[in-house]
Design a protein around this ligand. Structure first.
Ligand code: EPU
Length: 306
């Protein structure tokens, strides 16, 4: 049996769907990238567990792409299965100040719902267009807060389809990093938030959003900050003082608003973006002595297209 037939048999629940030869450009905020062999929206834990076992048995690459907000997909695409978690895997349940979230839930939706319900701790996340799963794995953050700070525990799935609950410490949150990518999939988390006044929490959330709109680009397609900040400094500032704002290769350009954003201004290819990344790294190293490391995740770039 072909693996495509085998995987199709797993996706049976309403709310889940599978498509083949799916252009990933339309599932990423960069708007860049070739096709995935298969693309699955998966809505139940049981289907996800079956997929984990399928992955182990057939050795077909699987990538959870979340909401594609921090992702650069290669121009030749991904020879494997890309997955987005929806339905029960994007749930949001509130019990007092303890909130259970599915990995597929969007951060802006979480932030907005919590502010309305008078729970504080995720106001910073309103302007981050990613998923809870991505925010957990990368410990997403802004304005002095990081997602890991509000996490009590995390649920992950291993490659036999078993769910495992990890404590906050076992998740090993660091700056824009965690130990969670060692598992087949992050399925959700329990958050502990701080009860407060809904109006004040909403005002704080909106103030952060205003700050983002004023200091970061938002009209053009991009993947958020391209580089991690080096300790004690801002990659955007270093790119700025290296004179690179507005520098363009092909359809990719360094934002003139914030130096750490690369914009897809005119049908940029992944190759344009990577050439610009290499140019920025070389120039910043030469002018400031700092080696910038990328923050944006990549998919489909190794020899096998994985
Ligand atoms: N700056 C410049 N020129 C620029 C950009 C920044 O001089 O082109 C200066 C700013 O004026 C400020 C300092 O650098 O004095 C820091 O800038 P900013 O407040 O914008 O913060 P950042 O360190 O550049 C980080 C995160 C952002 C997050 C903001 C706001 C990283 C890599 N970046 O940026 O996160 O939104 O703080 O808290 O950690 C992301 O991770 O994708 C991201 C966008």
């Amino acid at each position: 049996m072909d693996w495509k037939d085998a995987v199709s048999e797993i996706i049976t629940q309403p709310g889940s769907r599978i498509r083949f030869r799916e252009p990933l450009a339309k599932h990423t905020h960069f708007g860049i990238g070739g096709e995935a062999t298969a693309y699955i929206e998966i809505s139940t834990v049981s289907e996800l567990a079956a997929l984990a076992r399928f992955h182990k048995q057939w050795d077909v690459p699987v990538a959870i792409i979340g909401r594609g907000s921090n992702l650069l997909v290669s121009d030749t695409g991904f020879k494997g299965i890309s997955i987005r978690l929806v339905g029960a895997l994007a749930k949001l349940e509130v019990d007092g100040k303890v909130v259970s979230v599915g990995a597929g839930l969007s951060l802006p939706k979480l932030s907005k719902t919590m502010s309305r319900g008078g729970l504080s701790g995720v106001e910073f996340a309103f302007g981050i267009p990613g998923s809870v799963g991505g925010a957990l794995i990368m410990n997403a953050g802004a304005w002095g807060s990081n997602f890991g700070d509000v996490v009590r525990n995390v649920t992950v799935m291993n490659d036999t389809g078993e769910l495992i609950t990890l404590t906050h410490d076992e998740a090993r949150f660091e700056y824009r990093h965690s130990g969670l990518d060692a598992y087949f999939c992050v399925t959700g988390a329990t958050l502990e938030l701080e009860p407060g006044d809904a109006d004040a929490i909403t005002a704080q959330m909106q103030a952060f959003y205003k700050q983002k709109v004023e200091t970061q680009p938002f009209a053009e397609e991009n993947a958020g900050c391209m580089f991690k900040n080096p300790p004690g400094d801002s990659a955007g500032r270093l790119i700025d003082i290296s004179g690179l704002k507005g520098y363009r290769i092909g359809g990719a350009e360094v934002s003139t608003v914030h130096g750490n954003f690369i914009l897809n201004i005119d049908n940029a290819t992944a190759e344009d973006v990577l050439k610009l990344v290499a140019y920025i790294q070389a120039q910043v190293r030469e002018k400031t002595g700092v080696s910038l490391q990328t923050e944006v995740k990549r998919l489909g770039f190794d020899a096998k297209g994985e």
